[in-house]
Ligand binder design. Sequence first.
Ligand SMILES: [Zn+2]
Length: 375
Amino acid sequence: MTDATPLPEHIDADRVVLPDGVLTDGWVEHRDGIVTAIGQNEAPVAGAYPWIFPGFVDGHCHGGGGASFDGGLEAARTAARTHAAHGTTTMLASLVSARVDVLAEQVGGLARAIRSGELGPVRGIHLEGPFLSPDHRGAHDPDALTPPTHEAVARLLAAGDGLVRMVTLAPELHGGLDTIEHLAAEGVVAAVGHTAADYALAREAFARGATVLTHASNAMMPVHHRAPGPVVAALETPGVRLEVILDGIHLHDAWARRLLLDAGERGVLVTDAMAAAAAQDGRYELGGLAVDVADGTARLADSGAIAGSTLTMDSAVRRALGVLGLDPVAVACAASAAPATALGLDGGAITVGGPAHLVALDSTYEVVGVLPGVG
Ligand SMILES: [Zn+2]
């Protein structure tokens, strides 16, 4: 946990990152959870926060603080609190592949906890699987993978009672493209991922209604000059957003920079964090599989496949600003506005009348304050 403190009602900041530019010597006021005014001081204010960013929005996160969203209510609370302390003010709870009946039970439990307000920033559920390619399963249990059926999808959506907001699936599976249409018709984001799809099939999946590419370049065909694959298909399709895991491990930093620059306002930072985020190295479990975490890198104990990240959103933002050298407005878009838009959630930008979801960073981009406070 960081030592992030609640923010005052009148917040002075050397720089406030707004959707269209950085306001220097600015201030933000809020009341009852809403931003009420934004303005500029005539001169720097002593004790002002170095930076105010919009609260981070993480659409792909399995856990943190030693706990996972599939581990019951107390574990889900710990995971949510951990990421809230690192500046995440809106997020989805991601579940890895499991048998449909098991998954439906997990979804039901999470949905009840979200509705009762017990999970802080968690606004919905992301199902990563079980409709994934066995050949690109990453850290998903092969025994849990299955082609999608209308009945299975309907059962999972019903268990969430409107709170399943995104489903990652492989469009090449039997029924895959029909399932994308089914999800889109239900108002659920269909995401292409853990897939053997080539460029043409990915284009078709997006034409049928998929709007997200799950962790671009990971667990899918790479970009090749004669076989450009799903990443190029996503870049070329207006309205499709590309998730980027910016931990220096899942993607080379230069490739991550290219993806974010090419995607523009469609680039989305996600953590894909597992339980070891903001926790110790050691042996963990992810969807029933043993995972070893060493130096912050999570790998399946048996195959060595990368098994999620140990990222928090503030760490991804530091990397985007520092190592990648992206400008703060672009970083705020990728960390907040783009994911909020992708998921149809409010927040993601600092605007008068918008939710008071704010993160104060110091001059080295460490979190020093979060609003709403960490429950
Ligand atoms: Zn994954």
